[in-house]
Write a protein that binds this ligand. Sequence first.
Ligand SMILES: Nc1ncnc2c1ncn2[C@@H]1O[C@H](COP(=O)(O)OP(=O)(O)OP(=O)(O)O)[C@@H](O)[C@H]1O
Length: 530
Amino acid sequence: METLLDKRYRVIRTLGGGGFGETFLAEDTQMPSNRRCVIKQLRPIQNNPQIYQLVQERFQREAAILEDLGGYTDQIPTLYAYFQLNGQFYLVQEWIEGDTLTAKVQKQGLFSESGVRELLVNLLPVLEYVHSKRIVHRDIKPDNIIVRARNHKSVLIDFGAVRESMGTVFNSQGNPTSSIVIGTPGYMPSEQAAGRPVYSSDLYSLGLTAIYLLTLKQPQELELDSRTGEIIWHRHALSVSPTLAGVIDRAIAYHPRERFVTAREMLEALQFGSVSPTVPYNQPPAVNNVQPAPTVSYNQLPVANVQPPATLQNTVAVSPGSASHQPVNQSSGHRGILLGALIAGGLIGASIVIGFALNKTPQPVAESTPSTEASTTRQEQQDVTQSVQSQVPSSSEPSPSISSKTSFPPLPPTTQQEVDRPSPEEAVQNYYATINQGQYETAWNQLSPSLRSNKRLHPNGYLSYIDWWGGQVESIDVEEVNLVQANTETATVNARLQYLMKTGKQIPGSVRFSLLWDAENSRWIVSDAN
Ligand SMILES: Nc1ncnc2c1ncn2[C@@H]1O[C@H](COP(=O)(O)OP(=O)(O)OP(=O)(O)O)[C@@H](O)[C@H]1O
């Protein structure tokens, strides 16, 4: 007699299988059309009654998230049902008829630039939505994007969240913990491999997906800059425009703070071409577009310089455990981080689970995303301190809100302009007032040309500047400005600041400004800041 799963679903064929269970194509015998669906079977990696209870709770929570996500857009499969049977968990999802990007490339060869652009423009709003729900997909790759045959829209399948709930184990202290990291070697950035995905981890994976489509190179086949750890791929895609190359470069930057912070930002860079043509691979880390990803201690990522098997691209679940012991060496760590963990765990080929119980609190998806708590990591503070180095004084018109009185030495007034000459402290105050009013371009133009073109501070020019001020900082409070020295041509001012970040955090900072008097425009400009 024919068996029906959950007395309802007739399995047509197996679509795939991995460490967590199998995936089936089935038909729903209780729908008039016998509509087709995909059934994902999931097995907890540790099986005892206490764990089962916990997994069950997490599974339910994650299924609710999938339901919510799939209900919003036709670019995420709809969740039809979920159930438990014989100690296993099942998700019943919409079957997306079409080809994965992997299958498409196999059929039609390389994607054109416009094909890749179209794909990104199509997918980035979906990612923006997913991130707005505090979810990091965690397994974006060509296999997990299906182009729907009906309307050619790209659909994002295989969210990592539910599989992660299957990794619940008890650690040696008897506390439940999430024992695994979900992701695919090569497509997964280092912070994710260390168990701390942030939103831009998905942008990184999407960037590598784009490179695959443009070059047919899997991430492991691409070289790394031995000094910076950045991926070298331009030589395999010589006809790609500088704008697209720049967008991809930024998405795949090693460090999250150098990447686009949001999917929207990446989309806009793609649409409006505002990314500088190339971000040289050998650049030092950007300091002016810090990603406020406070849960990641980048200087604590593990390093393992083990080369991966070149073709490995299956999703894996690995222990995030060793993430906190060895200092990161950005010039060489990169891909080795995860792969070391994989190989150390005995990975050969397909999906595996290394069920190390870790002394680590559980990390449901929402907690894996950038935190909004008020504390600040040392790294973040450092980043902020560095990133404020490019602030400039504002226009010569004193702002009514300025409270610090001028202590500029009296000058012999020669013209009305000279009489109205702002003090250096006022210039600094005005500069930040301009930023608080959202007049970023005006503020940018108050930087000296050499400061504006300082690649260390502004790797992508003005874009880096607005990334920081417009994208990450909510407002800035100037707590104190002190004049260090001044003459008619130059001045030095110290400023003590408090950044209110969009995440809700408050971060202190201090900057020493070097100002130059711009007589032609009767204003101070910032020639240096540190
Ligand atoms: N909703 C869906 N609609 C259509 N096909 C799907 C859907 N979900 C998964 N698939 C396909 O089913 C197959 C198996 O999916 P599964 O999630 O088990 O992935 P896998 O490739 O076997 O493993 P993994 O990606 O976890 O390494 C894949 O080819 C995938 O494209």
